[in-house]
Design a protein around this ligand. Structure first.
Ligand code: S3P
Length: 171
């Protein structure tokens, strides 16, 4: 089985995913990190040099590569992964996957992103909290129909321990 975490940027996918993998004694993979290692470049650099369309293409092919192995693991996706190419189909049609949407309210996401935006090409240039709130509000609204197709929805506006406990209870 693969446990897959999806959700908006800064919803805690990587933090929760790596902890969860330790608890479950499973391998942990972070799709963005996997892409960076394979390409030998940061996501930031890939966006800058080759653009988002190229990034979405390789994101799709690396996701395919990971999902085609039958290794058990915890996998954290990028915030946009379920919303592009046939990625959502790959996730929902695979019976070996349990997917969890880490749901965090817009104001909390905007706050977290203001403090951690430099490595995120999509929000890097947002300079004040109001603009961030407006951007995240609209963007998340567009993405919710994709995120809501996860097998489980988790209230992730809680401590790391509480979020992990909720996931363990649903597994
Ligand atoms: C993206 C989220 C990022 C990364 C890329 C695009 C998005 O991952 O994949 O910058 O479209 O939301 P995180 O969700 O880990 O920040």
């Amino acid at each position: 089985m693969k446990v897959i975490l999806i959700g908006y940027m800064a919803s805690g996918k990587s933090l929760i995913g790596s902890e969860l993998a330790k608890i479950l004694n499973l391998e942990y993979l972070d799709l963005d990190q996997f892409i960076e290692e394979k390409e030998g470049k940061t996501i930031q650099k890939i966006f800058l040099e080759k653009g988002e369309i190229f990034f979405r293409k390789i994101e799709n092919s690396y996701l395919n590569e990971i999902l085609s192995s039958n290794k058990k693991m915890v996998l954290s996706l990028g915030g946009g992964t379920p919303c592009f190419s046939n990625n959502l189909k790959l996730l929902t049609e695979n019976k070996d996957i349990r997917s969890f949407f880490l749901n965090v309210p817009v104001n909390e996401l905007a706050k977290r992103l203001m403090n951690d935006k430099n490595n995120r090409p999509l929000v890097k240039y947002v300079t004040n909290e109001n603009d961030m709130l407006e951007f995240v509000g609209k963007h998340l609204f567009e993405r919710l129909p994709f995120y809501n197709q996860a097998n489980y929805k988790v209230d992730a506006n809680k401590s790391k321990g509480e979020v992990i406990e909720s996931i363990l209870n649903m597994l």
